[in-house]
Write a protein that binds this ligand. Sequence first.
Ligand SMILES: Cc1cc2nc3c(=O)[nH]c(=O)nc-3n(C[C@H](O)[C@H](O)[C@H](O)COP(=O)(O)OP(=O)(O)OC[C@H]3O[C@@H](n4cnc5c(N)ncnc54)[C@H](O)[C@@H]3O)c2cc1C
Length: 427
Amino acid sequence: MYDRLGRTRTNLHRERAEVNVQRILILGAGFAGLWCAAGAARKLFESKPSNQPIEILVIDARSFHSIRVRNYELDLEDTRVPLADVLDPIGVKWLEGRVKQLDLTGHQVQVQTASGEQTIDYTRLVFALGSTLVRPKIPGLAEHALDVDAYEGALELRDHLASLPSQPASSRRYTAVVIGAGLTGSEITAELPERLAGIAGSRKSVRVILMDRTPEIAQAMGGAQPVIERAMREMGVELRPGVTLKKISARGVELDDGEIIEASTVIWCGGMRANALTAQIPVASDELGRLPVDNSMRVQGVDDVYAAGDSACSLIDGRRPSIMSCQYSRPMGRFAGHNVAADLLGLPLLPLRIDWYITCVDLGPWGAVYTQGRDRVLATQGEQAKRTKRLINHERIYPPRTRNRDDILRAAAPEVDAPPPQNVATG
Ligand SMILES: Cc1cc2nc3c(=O)[nH]c(=O)nc-3n(C[C@H](O)[C@H](O)[C@H](O)COP(=O)(O)OP(=O)(O)OC[C@H]3O[C@@H](n4cnc5c(N)ncnc54)[C@H](O)[C@@H]3O)c2cc1C
């Protein structure tokens, strides 16, 4: 039985035991996990611990780093970055497998790989398994709702939309209902009128509805709210705030008051919650299931376990909890990586503090909207904000893809970036 590292399970343990290698085990290769691996590799490289062999091993269910924030886009091809392109050049080992169980007392993790179950031990653990879409027990949701939470779901939605012309002609064939008008719901909704019109061959038969139980669409989006509402109306999206969903079926959605909206496409965007495996770490998690970490990203009360990204909650600006986001996950990952390596080497840890927060919501062909701060004060909108969004989604959040060790280690410095620019030159 071989793993992706080309070794048998027994060899994996024997190899370590024979040379007394210590292992930093990073669970997850998303925005937090991938950058954690690069941050740890950078710290080890710069410290050159000659008498203290340390291995970095990343485990992810996929062999690629998913640019998850782009899952609402039509072209998903470029949203997968092979792990080999980033981790191989910096000497980080990786294993494709699904983490099943954590044993903190035994310092072990159970992983299901294509070739069977493996037990992997660690000296230090970093939990970076991210978050998943909240899926409440609404009748029909599991069977009939699509989503853009993960790459696989986004592919399913793309294929579903492409298959609509083969459905019998009806008013519901090109009708789509998006439930949940937060950031993700707004982004996928804004794509749909044009995308569906392209598939249907005309805009006439297309109907897109964005609904939420809150009194206003995009209610939590602060200064972006009126912009999102206007953009949706200008794109012909029907807005249904203040409604409660009763069930979803193959016909469409049924509301609490008995109204039925017939739709072939129903997309659920009901918010995110930390990976369920956080429950296996014996600390009190927050209301989103996140592990409390200090400013070095160490899980509070568990000395040899670190966490970063959507699975972790830190007082990011010294007083307010981090927000599940790519913009925080990447620096949390870099600092977790730096610190977990420094910890093993007995070196000082670096505190992470980020004093800024921005939101940039893609509004499809209409443009985008960019806000600053937790109150989401409107900064830019339309084409100007869209240029910032393109810069974020297509360049800023990607790891270097040069396969060059120095490029990758340089990008992994434990530093906080400046916020994305508001004025991006037309390219
Ligand atoms: C459509 C969409 C748009 C978004 N837009 C924005 C935005 O504009 N700005 C922003 O800041 N944030 C945005 N986000 C949120 C952002 O994507 C997340 O906050 C970010 O991905 C969190 O990074 P992470 O590394 O913690 O988790 P993830 O990126 O989700 O990575 C977790 C990794 O863990 C792996 N994994 C999970 N479970 C297991 C397991 N049991 N075994 C092995 N591997 C496992 C996954 O395969 C994945 O690679 C958006 C999210 C979505 C879905």
